[in-house]
Design a protein around this ligand. Structure first.
Ligand code: ADP
Length: 281
């Protein structure tokens, strides 16, 4: 499976390499869509903070994993949500037998030791959090740690990457201009149909002919986003369908579970999606 990097792996902190838990062991499979690999490398060369824009499940996270592996950098991923505070990113004092000790948060670890800090779905984070990254995301490249009084200058190998789903803007989740303008943006879409089918085959093991039909269905759902659907079926959903089909689940049941019932809670929309699935699969 993909070499995902997450905090759950870091049971015991390594003394020698504080970022050991965040290093990728195997090459994450990534099928390039356009020139994004070279563009990322240029942004990296100039240490430009990067915003990966695009719908959910289209490959943004896999891309940044792949780039971290290519560049030999640790990848510190933070899934943003509304409860995420600046302290969750920067660190906090913890109690131990000797008293209190400072523990770097994920952002501080990457800033101090070098590596990519990936803020997944940055708009979900509390506004204070985005302001905390501003001095890091401009020419200053500094992180003031108010609680310790430390002014941390970013390691030369530090790179800030964030992902953002423009489709959620309608729900009032936009990005402030002051944040947005600090980042260079790479727009992501779903891969072209043949490429997407190949990804679904590779990731789920489903037969190519079925993958093609799933991709066709996804394309039809993506055209429905003006009619009550927030977003069409993602590549991720198709991979999930493919895995169930590999287990012997019928194609329609798999699509029902992973696509049509997953996309909407509205019974009418769900029914028309299932009709679409019957027509496409
Ligand atoms: P996002 O971060 O955009 O929400 P992910 O990167 O998690 O989406 O992509 C979802 C899944 O789709 C990945 O786990 C991977 O299996 C697959 N995927 C999407 N695009 C690609 C691609 N270009 N190359 C390889 N796998 C991809």
């Amino acid at each position: 499976g993909p070499a995902a990097c997450d905090a759950s792996r870091s049971a015991e902190p390594a003394r020698t390499d504080p970022l050991a838990a965040w290093r990728l062991r195997d090459e994450p499979f990534y099928a390039p869509v356009a020139g994004e690999v070279a563009l990322f490398e240029h942004a990296w060369h100039h240490r430009l903070p990067l915003l990966l824009k695009g719908p959910t499940g289209c490959g943004k996270t896999r891309f940044v994993e792949h780039m971290a592996w290519r560049l030999g950098l640790p990848l510190v991923t933070v899934a943003c949500n509304e409860d995420l505070t600046a302290a969750d990113l920067t660190g906090r004092h913890l109690l131990d037998a000797q008293g209190t000790v400072w523990q770097d948060g994920p952002l501080t670890l990457a800033v101090r030791h070098g590596g990519i800090c990936y803020l997944d779905e940055i708009v979900e984070a509390h506004a204070d959090t985005t302001v905390a990254i501003h001095p890091l995301a401009d020419a200053r490249r500094i992180l003031p740690l108010e609680r310790t009084g430390e002014l941390l200058h970013a390691h030369p190998d530090f790179l800030l990457v964030a992902s953002y789903n423009p489709g959620y803007r309608g729900r009032g989740k936009g990005l402030k201009a002051s944040t947005r303008q600090r980042f260079a943006s790479l727009a992501f879409g779903y891969p072209a149909p043949e490429a997407e089918a190949a990804i679904v085959v590779r990731e789920s093991g489903v037969a190519p002919a079925i993958a093609e039909r799933l991709v066709h269905l996804a394309g039809r759902t993506r055209a429905l986003t003006d009619e009550g659907l927030d977003e069409g079926a993602s590549t991720r959903m198709l991979i999930h369908a493919g895995r169930l089909i590999g287990d012997g689940v019928s194609v329609l049941d798999a699509a029902r579970l992973t696509v049509t019932q997953a996309l909407s809670d509205d019974p009418e929309i769900e029914a028309s999606l299932q009709a679409l699935a019957e027509a496409c699969l």
